[in-house]
Design a protein around this ligand. Structure first.
Ligand code: ZN
Length: 74
């Protein structure tokens, strides 16, 4: 379950909340001043989860060159 960080628009306090994917923070209220409608920040945790194990570069023909089979030069 991803960890989200919210910031209170009233007092600027930041809180961290564990939420399921797709939930939003509209029902959250600030523990300090009670304001609702906290703004969700992009946390490093969320970025790591979505970024995953990264893109694997394709084998391509760069390093060793492609086998030029069937190109038909005599
Ligand atoms: Zn607040």
């Amino acid at each position: 379950m991803p960890l989200y960080e919210y910031e209170c628009p009233g007092c600027g306090k930041r809180i961290e909340v564990l939420q399921k994917m797709g939930e939003d923070g509209k029902l959250l209220s600030c523990p300090e001043c009670g304001v609702t409608g906290l703004r969700r920040l992009l946390s490093a945790t969320a970025i790591q989860v979505s970024g995953g194990s990264g893109a694997v570069p394709g084998p391509g023909c760069g390093a060793g060159g492609c086998p030029a089979g069937g190109s038909g030069f005599s």
